[in-house]
Ligand binder design. Structure first.
Ligand SMILES: *Cc1c(COP(=O)(O)O)cnc(C)c1O
Length: 362
């Protein structure tokens, strides 16, 4: 801390976010399974849009994102005037905290919730508050019991990262219904597309004045490096968020590539099918090896070991074989490893290395 120049309260409590590592020193063939990225990358339509966008870099981008919002509205059957786009859904989360929570107020989320909720709450000067989960699953009653007169925002990711579990929409609706009217419920739908038959909570947003949904192009659409996410909410909330959003928060490259990715039905279907097939295959393999998993509704599997030491040793074995997965002690799960569902060869390698590792365990 500097002797004289001090940041706002809360800022120095923020621990820097650690992204999933992507390299192992001295290894060219490392496979990154630590950030829940689509193993197939962006589709051809997105790649072509990216190449085309290079011709217009001297132009300022659209300030209202009308084309991308219209495309999102058409794709997901939503009202485009109630969509807001941001630099990843992280930016939407940050707008929400900035606009609705401040000093003396609380932002509530669950035990194994996404680290950005805490970071954005602290950055806004608000107090992060954690409610317990039940068997690594969002517990609506525990959240409701943690609401105080100071609570302004409640975040839940459904499906959740890093657990992969989700709660039924009826439970989400019960939470929205029981919250005091001054509390805004945020449904983080970063993995919504992977959950069969789930709309991310869009229909609930349409029915209520206190629910917002966030979505992203970073996971299923294979565009984590591009940084595009969006939110859908009641008009009064979207109008507020647009006031804190910078007019040029997305470049024309981001806008054009995201729009193209949305229209690539072939790439989307292939990514979804392969993920579902390999996720179930990997989970079954792990369970057969004595490594427990919860049923995942996302593009990763949370592998649970006997204890933190065994998880650490298994992580070392995976690294020795060029496989990078995510340690999740910072999410309160030191005995677990989060493994992104890669392509078939990556999944087979993971199963092989963990199988060999488990044979060495008593
Ligand atoms: C990956 C992820 C996001 C998406 O972040 P972006 O900023 O859109 O890349 C949001 N929430 C959760 C829970 C995630 O895992």
């Amino acid at each position: 801390m500097h002797a004289h120049i001090h940041p706002q309260p809360g800022i120095l409590e923020i621990a820097l976010y650690q992204g999933g590592s992507s390299k192992i020193a001295g290894r060219e063939d490392a496979v990154k399974l630590s950030s829940n990225e689509n193993p197939f990358g962006p589709g051809d339509l997105a790649r072509m849009a990216y190449a085309r966008a290079g011709h217009d870099l001297h132009r300022y981008p659209s300030t209202d994102h009308a084309r991308l919002r219209a495309a999102l509205g058409a794709q997901f059957a939503l009202d485009p005037s109630r969509i807001i786009c941001g630099a990843g859904s992280d930016e939407i989360i940050s707008f929400l905290c900035q606009a609705y929570a401040g000093p003396g107020e609380e932002v509530l989320y669950s035990e194994h919730g996404f680290l950005m909720y805490r970071i954005s709450a602290l950055a806004a000067g608000a107090k992060p508050v954690v409610a317990s989960e039940r068997d690594r699953t969002t517990d609506v009653d525990a959240l409701l019991a943690s609401v105080t007169a100071r609570t302004k925002l409640v975040f839940i990711a459904n499906p959740n990262n890093p657990t992969g579990t989700m709660i039924p929409i009826e439970e989400v609706a019960r939470l929205a219904e029981k919250l005091p009217p001054r509390v805004l419920l945020v449904l983080d739908g970063a993995y919504a597309e992977y959950a069969e038959g789930y709309d991310g909570g869009a229909e609930l947003v349409d029915r209520r004045e206190n629910v917002v949904m966030t979505r992203t192009f970073s996971k299923l659409f294979g565009l984590g490096g591009l940084r595009v996410g969006w939110g859908y909410g009641p008009q009064h909330v979207i109008d507020v968020l647009n006031r804190v959003r910078g007019p040029f928060n997305l470049s024309n490259v981001q806008l054009d590539v995201a729009e193209a990715a949305l229209g690539d039905a072939g790439h989307i279907a292939r990514s979804l099918n392969e993920n579902a097939r390999l996720r179930d295959w990997l989970a079954e393999k792990l369970n057969g090896l004595g490594v427990a998993t919860d049923r995942s509704h996302a593009n990763f599997v949370l592998a649970r070991f006997r204890d933190a030491a065994q998880a650490e040793a298994c992580n070392a074995a995976l690294l020795a074989d060029g496989l990078i997965v995510r340690q999740v002690a910072s999410y309160g799960l030191p005995e677990a490893l989060r493994i992104t569902v890669g392509d078939e060869s990556a999944c087979r390698r993971v199963a092989h290395v963990i199988g060999t590792f488990m044979e060495t365990q008593g």
